[in-house]
Design a protein around this ligand. Structure first.
Ligand SMILES: [Zn+2]
Length: 682
C-alpha cells in the first residue's frame, strides 16, 4: 500500500499566556487535560510520526492543558504501522517483534497494530486533522480519562511533568507520547527525537507488587530518532559542573546544597528536568509515600533569585526566567534536606549515586567536573569521586573535600565505618577502605592485586586516568554500583551473599557477578576506569562499550597478567553459553530494548556481559592481537584528549578500520548491530 503523508504540521498555538505561564498553575492544568470541544469526523486520515504511519477512521477531538493544545483524542478504527529502520540493526528489532507476534513473520519489516481509541499527547497536531464534519460527541473524554489513568498506573513520571515541556518550551521537532487502546490491551508509542532520541513501541503490562499492582512498558520496537547509527544524538542540555556540600549530624538526615552548571544544546531551553529522588525507603514506595522523604527547600540562580520548581516522581523541574540560548550556560543552586543517608539493614556503609541523590541530568547528558565537601558523624568516614583535597574533623564530624576536574557522568559519594589502608606504588595512589573487623591481610591483597591490574592496563592503554584509586571492600552487594565511577572500585569480600529475590535485571546481574571469581570481578571493575569513565558511551544502545569492553579487559588481564591463567578459560566458556542462549532475542546493540519481562532482562545481561566480550574476542582473532591492542590504546588515548566526549559504536568501527586499513562495517553489522554469531576460530 502506497500512502501519502501529511508532513506539514500545524504549528502549535503557542500563545503569549502559555509562554509566560508560571510552573505551578501550568502543572495543575496539565494533570487534568480537558477537551477542546471541536470533535470531528475523520475518514482514512493518514499521518506519520518518526517512521510510524497512522490511519484513523472515526472521531477526533483536541486536548487542552495549560492554555495550549497538548494533543488529540481518537475513537474509532485506527491502524499503526511501525516501520523498522532498515539497515544492520533491523534484524535485532525483528527478532523482538517475532517474540511479540508469536513467531509469525513480520511483513516487510513493519509491525501493524489496530486500535479502538487513544490519546496522542504531542506538541504537533497533524495539519488538516480538524477539517472534517463536526460531530457532537461522544465518549472521547472517557478515552482521555483512561489514558491519563493508565500513565498514572505506571511508575514513570506523572502526566503533568511529562506534558510540561510540550507547552513551556518551543521545540523544533515533534514529540509524541501516545497510549493506544485496543479493547484488552494498552500500547504505548513514543517518538522523542529531542530528549530520549528514540522512537519506541511497547505494551503496558501489569505487574503485581507489594502495595498494589502497576503497569510497566514492555518494549517491542526501539530505534534511534533524530540521529542514526553513524551520528551521536545532540543533547538538549549538558550538565557541565557539579559542586556538592552534604552534611549530616546523625548519618541519616542530611542537608545538601548542590550548585550545578548546565549548557543548552541546539535549541533554547526554559524547562530543566533533573532527576532527584524524593526519599529513601527500604522497599519500593511511591514517590509521595517515602519513609524518609527528601524535600527541596529552594532553587535559585547565580544571582540568588528564586526559581520556580516542582519536585515530584523523583524529578526536579526547574523553570528558568527566560529561555537559555544555544551554547549558553546557567548555574543553579538547589538546597534539599532529608533521609539521604538512611540505612536499613544495619549496614555500616552507604553508597550515594545509584539513584539521583543530587539534581542530575541523564548520564548521556552529564559530563561534569565534580567538587564535593562531605561531612558525616564519626565513626563514619566519607569519600567521593576525585582526588582527595583534604580530610579533617570538626565538631565530631569526619569531613572530606574532593575534586575531579575531568568530566564524569557518575558523581558518587560513599560513607561508611571504614578503616583505610593506603599505599603508593609506581606512581599509583591506591587506598583500600575496609571494615574495622576485616583482616588487614585482605586489604593488603587488594592493594597488591589492584596495583597489578592498574599496571597491566596502563601498559597497553592510556595510563590510569585518575589521580588515585579508592577500593571499597564490602561484605555483599546491597549497594551495588551500576558501573564503577571514576577513581572508585567496589569489591566484595569472600562469602558473597547476593540479595537475589526477584527476577529483575539487577538481581540477574548480581547473580552472575557472584558466580565469577573475585579477581576477574576486580579486574572488570577496575577496567571501568578506562571503559565507562574515560571512554564514556553516547546512547543506551552503546552501553556495551562500557560493559563488554570492561569484561573483555578483565579477560585479557586474567589470561595474560594474572598469576593463575586458567581462570580465563572459565570466562570464555561462560560467554559461549550466553551467546547460544541470548543471540536469537536481539543484538548486542539492541540489548537496551530488552527490558521488561524477566526473560528479556536476562538476555540483556547475557548480551552485554557474554556475547559482547565474546564478539570482542572474535574481533581480536580477526584483526590480530597486535592491531586489537593498538585499537584499545588509541581508543583510550584519543578519549583522554577529548574529555567528556561520548563514544558511539560507529567510533569503535572507525578505530578498527584505522588499525587495519579494512572496512569493519560489514563485520559489525553482522555481530554487533545484528544477531549473528561470529565463527569460532580459536
Ligand atoms: Zn561493569
Amino acid at each position: 500500500m502506497i500512502v501519502r503523508f501529511h508532513i506539514i504540521w500545524m504549528v502549535l498555538l503557542i500563545n503569549a499566556n502559555a509562554m509566560a505561564a508560571t510552573l505551578g498553575p501550568a502543572l495543575e492544568s496539565l494533570a487534568k487535560p480537558t477537551m477542546a470541544g471541536n470533535a470531528e469526523k475523520v475518514e482514512g486520515f493518514e499521518f506519520r510520526f518518526g517512521l510510524t504511519d497512522f490511519t484513523l477512521d472515526g472521531e477526533v477531538e483536541g486536548v487542552l492543558g495549560a492554555e495550549g493544545v497538548v494533543g488529540f483524542a481518537f475513537k474509532g478504527e485506527g491502524t499503526a504501522t511501525f516501520n523498522l529502520k532498515t539497515g544492520p540493526f533491523l534484524k535485532a528489532n525483528l527478532t523482538t517483534i517475532r517474540d511479540e507476534v508469536g513467531g509469525k513473520s513480520v511483513n516487510g519489516g513493519a509491525l501493524e497494530r489496530e486500535f479502538e481509541g487513544g490519546v496522542f499527547f504531542t506538541n504537533r497536531v497533524p495539519e488538516e486533522l480538524f477539517k472534517g464534519e463536526h460531530v457532537t460527541s461522544s465518549r472521547l473524554a472517557d478515552i482521555v480519562d483512561r489514558s491519563v489513568q493508565r500513565w498514572g498506573d505506571t511508575r514513570y513520571t506523572g502526566i503533568d511533568h511529562m506534558l510540561a515541556p510540550l507547552v513551556l518550551d518551543a521545540m523544533d521537532e515533534p514529540v509524541v507520547f501516545a497510549v493506544l487502546w485496543n479493547g484488552s490491551d494498552d500500547a504505548v508509542f513514543i517518538y522523542d527525537p529531542v530528549n530520549q532520541h528514540d522512537e519506541i513501541y511497547g505494551r503496558l503490562r501489569k505487574e503485581s507488587a507489594v502495595g498494589g499492582s502497576f503497569h510497566y512498558l514492555d518494549l517491542i520496537v526501539q530505534q534511534p530518532a533524530g540521529h542514526d547509527l553513524k551520528t551521536r544524538p545532540q543533547p538538549r542540555l549538558v550538565q557541565t559542573a557539579i559542586d556538592l556540600e552534604l552534611v549530616s549530624h546523625d548519618n541519616e538526615i542530611a542537608r545538601e546544597i548542590t550548585t550545578t552548571t548546565i549548557r543548552a544544546g541546539r535549541e533554547p531551553v526554559r524547562l530543566v528536568n533533573f532527576s532527584l529522588m524524593n526519599g529513601r525507603s527500604e522497599d519500593y514506595r511511591p514517590w509521595d509515600d517515602q519513609e524518609f522523604p527528601i524535600v527541596v527547600e529552594k532553587v535559585s540562580d547565580a544571582g540568588g533569585r528564586s526559581l520556580e520548581f516542582s519536585h515530584k516522581y523523583g524529578e526536579l523541574l526547574v523553570l528558568l526566567p527566560e529561555a537559555l540560548q544555544p551554547g549558553k550556560s546557567v548555574t543553579i543552586t538547589v538546597v534539599a534536606e532529608g533521609g539521604f543517608l538512611k540505612n536499613f539493614s544495619g549496614d555500616a556503609y552507604l553508597v550515594l549515586g545509584n539513584m539521583s541523590y543530587l539534581p542530575q541530568l541523564a548520564i548521556y547528558d552529564t559530563a561534569a567536573s565534580f567538587h564535593s565537601v562531605v561531612k558525616v558523624k564519626d565513626p563514619f568516614v566519607p569519600m567521593a569521586c576525585g582526588r582527595t583535597v583534604r580530610r579533617w574533623v570538626e565538631e565530631g564530624l569526619n569531613c572530606v573535600e574532593s575534586i575531579e576536574e575531568k568530566p564524569i557522568a557518575f558523581p558518587f559519594v560513599i560513607v561508611g565505618k571504614f578503616i583505610v589502608t593506603e599505599e603508593q606504588h609506581q606512581g599509583f595512589d591506591i587506598r583500600v577502605y575496609s571494615y574495622a573487623n576485616a583482616k588487614k591481610r585482605g586489604a593488603k591483597n587488594l592493594i597488591r592485586n589492584g596495583l597489578a591490574v592498574l599496571d597491566f592496563y596502563s601498559n597497553g592503554m592510556e595510563p590510569f586516568p585518575y589521580k588515585e584509586l579508592e577500593v571499597i571492600e564490602i561484605p555483599y552487594h546491597r549497594h551495588f554500583f551500576w558501573q564503577a565511577p571514576a577513581g572508585l572500585v567496589e569489591i566484595t569480600s569472600e562469602g558473597l551473599s547476593p540479595t537475589s529475590s526477584g527476577l529483575d535485571e539487577r538481581s540477574n546481574i548480581i547473580k552472575r557477578y557472584a558466580s565469577k571469581g573475585q579477581n576477574s570481578r576486580y579486574a572488570h571493575e577496575i577496567a571501568h576506569q578506562w571503559f565507562g569513565n574515560l571512554v564514556s558511551w553516547g546512547t543506551p544502545y552503546d552501553n556495551w562499550i562500557s560493559e563488554s569492553f570492561a569484561e573483555y579487559l578483565s579477560f585479557l588481564f586474567m589470561s595474560e597478567g594474572a598469576k593463575d591463567k586458567t581462570k580465563a578459560k572459565v570466562q570464555l566458556r561462560e560467554w559461549e553459553t550466553d551467546v547460544k542462549e541470548c543471540s536469537k532475542f536481539s543484538s548486542i546493540y539492541g540489548a537496551s530494548a530488552l527490558n521488561g519481562n524477566p526473560k528479556h532482562a536476562q538476555c540483556y545481561t547475557q548480551l552485554l556481559y557474554g556475547k559482547g566480550p565474546y564478539v570482542l574476542h572474535a574481533l581480536r582473532q580477526d584483526m590480530g592481537d597486535d592491531k586489537f591492542k593498538k585499537m584499545l590504546f588509541f581508543l583510550t588515548t584519543q578519549a583522554a584528549k577529548k574529555p567528556g566526549m561520548k563514544i558511539i559504536t560507529e567510533d569503535v568501527i572507525l578505530f578498527a578500520n584505522a588499525m587495519t586499513n579494512k572496512d569493519y562495517h560489514p563485520w559489525f553489522d553482522k555481530y554487533v548491530y545484528g544477531t549473528e554469531i561470529p565463527p569460532k576460530t580459536w
